[in-house]
Design a protein around this ligand. Structure first.
Ligand code: SAM
Length: 252
């Protein structure tokens, strides 16, 4: 499998994320890559399978969003008080951003949530094969999990990539966060109009300040925005609304 070796790209990690993986983490990234490519033969996990694309669109992209917590060189204005212990990845699919983040910071517990049972069964097996005991998997919808005692207002960080419009992502993520926690919305383009809509949506969800970090991806120069939302107040009991309603009637 020599032509399927991931690039190490240590300088690129350092210059863009201000962090770099150690040898054990590089090996885990390689095992993750091979596992996802194997899983793809049965499940439609990703269309990204070349080593360079996987490095950029899955590994780099996943870790760019949590860079402020991986490196002391980066910071968000209101994050100092946030000590992260528990993280949830909502709509994790083939494990992104959850699994690269779990590898990068093994002291965080990582809950990978997806409504597709087969994907979650695959991720449970893969995280065990990789030796990641800090990863737990949940097969359910975000609208249900948001009302379950063990998950509601239980997380310090909620990650969500490629799951839907920003207001929908906020309705899934905010109920799962503790007050003081942060939601990270991974976006491509980001407009003032989307931000205005998101601000409206945040009011009933208990969301507060928003920070946006823009970047271009290091190999193909694609546009990325990470939208960070601080949770200021408890979310009203009626949110998230029942399954399907957040996408049919987005807040905002
Ligand atoms: N986050 C991954 C990534 O960026 O590669 C996967 C993105 S994939 C396009 C969207 C995933 O979200 C699918 O696996 C789907 O099953 C899941 N999903 C969509 N709506 C959901 C919901 N309401 N609750 C839980 N998972 C959901």
């Amino acid at each position: 499998m020599t032509d399927s070796l991931l690039p190490a790209s240590l300088e690129l990690w350092q210059s863009t994320v201000q962090w770099q993986p150690n040898e054990a983490q590089q090996q885990l990234f390689q095992q993750l890559y091979e596992g996802v490519v194997r899983g793809n033969q049965q499940l439609n996990l990703t269309r990204i399978t070349t080593p360079e694309e996987f490095w950029e669109k899955h590994l780099w992209d996943s870790l760019y969003g949590v860079a402020p917590w991986l490196s002391e060189a980066l910071s968000l204005p209101w994050q100092e008080a946030l000590e992260i212990r528990s993280v949830i990845d909502i709509g994790t699919g083939g494990g992104f951003p959850g699994l690269p983040v779990a590898i990068a910071n093994p002291s965080w517990t990582m809950t990978c949530l997806d409504s597709t049972r087969k994907k979650i069964a695959f991720l449970a097996e893969l995280s065990q094969a990789l030796g990641l005991p800090q990863v737990q998997t949940v097969a359910d919808r975000a609208e249900q999990v948001g009302h379950q005692l063990q998950h509601r207002e239980a997380y310090d960080l909620a990650l969500i990539r490629a799951v839907g419009p920003a207001a929908v992502c906020a309705e899934y993520a905010l109920p799962l966060l503790k007050v003081g926690g942060v939601a990270v919305l991974y976006r491509g383009q980001w407009t003032d109009l989307e931000e205005k809509g998101l601000r409206q949506a945040l009011k009933p969800l208990g969301g507060g300040a928003i920070q946006v970090r823009a970047a271009t991806t290091p190999l193909s120069q694609g546009m990325r925005h990470c939208v960070y939302i601080a949770k200021k107040r408890p979310t009203a009991e009626e949110f998230p609304r029942p399954a399907g309603i957040p996408t049919k009637q987005p807040l905002g």
